[in-house]
Design a protein around this ligand. Structure first.
Ligand SMILES: Nc1ncnc2c1ncn2[C@@H]1O[C@H](COP(=O)(O)OP(=O)(O)OP(=O)(O)O)[C@@H](O)[C@H]1O
Ligand SMILES: [Mg+2]
Length: 603
């Protein structure tokens, strides 16, 4: 209970701190003024009707509120009724105007709060280290940023409602206490009992419902993302029925929780009103049976009924808001957890102003995933203007090595030197600027070719054309009616694998990198296209150093130095011809590929 309470406070504190003191006050004030206006709206109807229906009521009411103006008393009943009618109409118009303005302020505040929270999460996401995304699926992050933030504003709104209605209730009860202390005490006890009853029967369960709903929402997002990622496989292998059934199950579970929550939300109001009415009936019966005269008890009962009818809805709203708070809180807590873990994984990049004039060296670099050593004692040197190749079997650690070199992952052992100065690619801004990276699997955005190359809203078209030419896409672009403005579809679905790779290459070149890093970046190209591309890249060598990871040895044969990676260690290094003499692994690799080439030629 204690930890739950602490967590309640934590949720509340987080929300209040996020929206800011000023806005909390503004929000509370709007909610409060709205209820006051509502209360005033109800309060003036009864006396007004009395005045219209009973000619002598005006005098009595004016006397009660202490108005003795003779001018008012001299008005005829008809005049008074008309004045009252006009007055009421005006009051309601002003009230509606104010309430509209307040609703606008309130909705805007809450909507902006949700948007700010989403922004906050997204910027934390962008700032978090890459390894975070290996632990937390993107679907979960998207779900949390999208729907949990909405729950945050629901919780905040619920808190405002609870505070505001409680305040009004305290006023009501206090006023009531002055006139009718016993009745007020009775009402208080009854309210507390109702609250306890509702908490035990309904509200307490909402927390579990919220947790379950959040869980199912995660599953829903994951499923939708999986369908998007695997749509080709689903189609080819006819898995649509299977995915549809899975989706059905998830949607069904979701619906189950949704109606339960809606019922839980309605019950507090319904039950509170029922209890209030039952209390009035019980009180009436008690009066009929026990009171000495109805004349005395009658007005008392009237007051009790009015009080109950005012108090009951307010109580109902409080309980319903508590219910929303309980239900939505797990969503907010998940949001807080995600935000905390992202914030803990934040990477701060430093403007280290490195200049790569001579060389970058990796000295005894190592890397572990938990207890598994992936790379060990790796020593590599890249001189300016050089090209180096890295070869090795699948799973040897080539991509991981590039991840360290490009600063995507942080090394667990060893160090990096740039022109003899120690630096860490993981935190270096300069290194980000140096590198043009073409990954093993290119990700294209659902946008134009120009945007996919430049990542800029207004790209330098000449430069885009130049890099597309180097990437051997000139003829292809010329054949497109929309040229570089052609939309490539989701993840470049409208392009071939090789075209996608070449757009990836153009993207890396667009930034005029000092170091071009290729991870199997030409594996989807035919040998002729690859050879042409290699030739183009060769021409850039005066400004650009190149690191190439490849399975196909022909891709790295011309490199100044080739490193053979085996089981996370550099087994040997040298030029192609040197390695053929010194490295058994390389020799075997070469022999097997020669054989394949030979077979290809024959067939
Ligand atoms: N997030 C991770 N957690 C744990 N192990 C991982 C993770 N990512 C990769 N590995 C492991 O690290 C090893 C090296 O992977 P890496 O991707 O660097 O291989 P590679 O040499 O690039 O292989 P390929 O030629 O198939 O692309 C593999 O055994 C892989 O299973
Ligand atoms: Mg790889």
């Amino acid at each position: 209970m204690n930890s739950q309470k602490r967590f309640n406070n934590e949720t509340t504190r987080f929300l209040l701190q996020k929206i800011g003191h000023r806005n909390v006050f503004l929000l509370f004030a709007t909610v409060f003024v709205m209820s006051l206006l509502d209360l005033a709206g109800i309060a003036i109807i009864f006396p007004s009707l009395q005045v219209v229906t009973q000619p002598d009521a005006a005098e009595k009411i004016l006397a009660v509120i202490g108005v003795t103006s003779t001018a008012l008393l001299e008005l005829t009943h008809r005049q008074l009724s008309v004045a009252l009618g006009v007055g009421l109409a005006l009051f309601y118009m002003v009230k509606t105007f104010f309430q509209t303005a307040l609703t606008k302020t309130q909705s805007r505040l809450l909507a902006r709060f949700t948007a700010d929270l989403t922004n906050d999460i997204v910027s934390h996401v962008l700032n978090a280290r890459y390894s975070t995304f290996q632990e937390t699926p993107v679907s979960q992050i998207a779900g949390t940023a999208n729907s949990n933030t909405v729950h945050a504003s629901l919780v905040l709104n619920a808190l405002m409602q609870i505070g505001n209605e409680s305040l009004l209730l305290i006023f009501l009860l206090f006023g009531f206490f002055i006139f009718q202390p016993f009745l007020a005490l009775g009402a208080l006890v009854l309210s507390l009992l109702t609250g306890y009853f509702l908490y035990v029967t309904v509200i307490r369960r909402s927390s579990k419902l919220g947790t379950a709903q959040n869980h199912i929402e995660n599953i829903r997002y994951r499923l939708l993302f999986s369908i998007a990622y695997a749509i080709r496989d689903i189609k080819i292998m006819g898995l649509d029925g299977l995915f549809s059934a899975r989706n059905n199950r998830v949607s069904h579970d979701y619906a189950e929780l949704a109606w339960r929550y809606n019922l839980n939300n309605a019950l507090p109001r319904l039950l509170t009103e029922l209890f209030a009415l039952l209390a009035i009936v019980a009180a009436s019966l008690a009066i009929v049976f026990f009171a000495s005269s109805f004349d005395k008890a009658g007005p008392l009962l009237g007051v009790a009924a009015v009080a109950a009818l005012r108090v009951a809805p307010a109580l109902g709203r409080i309980f319903s808001a508590v219910n929303t708070f309980k239900f939505s809180r797990p969503f907010v807590n998940r949001l807080i957890d995600l935000r905390t873990s992202l914030a803990n994984a934040a990477v701060s990049r430093q403007d280290d102003n490195l200049s790569f004039n001579h060389s970058i060296e990796l000295k005894n670099v190592g890397f572990r995933y938990g207890d598994t050593q992936i790379l060990n004692n790796v020593c590599i040197e890249l001189k300016r203007g050089e090209s180096i190749g890295i070869v090795g079997s699948s799973g040897a650690g080539k991509t991981t090595l590039l991840d360290l070199f490009t600063g995507l992952q942080q090394t667990t052992e060893g160090r990096f030197l740039c022109d003899g100065v120690i630096f860490d690619p993981f935190t270096s801004r300069s290194m980000q600027k140096f590198i043009g990276y073409v990954p093993q699997t290119i990700t294209l955005l659902d946008d134009t070719i120009a945007f996919n190359v430049s990542f800029e809203e207004t790209p330098d078209y000449e430069r885009v054309m130049r890099v597309l030419k180097i990437a051997n896409l000139e003829n292809f672009i010329a054949s497109l009616p929309d040229g570089i403005e052609t939309q490539v579809g989701e993840n470049g679905i409208k392009l071939s694998g090789g075209q996608r790779q070449r757009i990836g290459i153009a993207r890396a070149l667009y930034r005029n990198p000092k170091i071009l890093v290729f991870d199997e970046a030409t594996s989807s190209l035919d040998t002729l296209t690859e050879a042409e591309l290699t030739l183009e890249i060769e021409k850039l060598r005066s400004q650009t150093s190149v690191v190439i990871v490849a399975h196909r040895l022909s891709t790295v044969i011309a490199c100044d130095r080739i490193y053979v990676l085996s089981d996370g260690k550099i087994e040997s290094s040298g030029t192609h011809s040197e390695l053929l003499l010194t490295s058994e692994t390389y020799k075997k690799l070469y022999a097997s590929q020669q054989g394949m080439e030979h077979d290809k030629e024959i067939s």
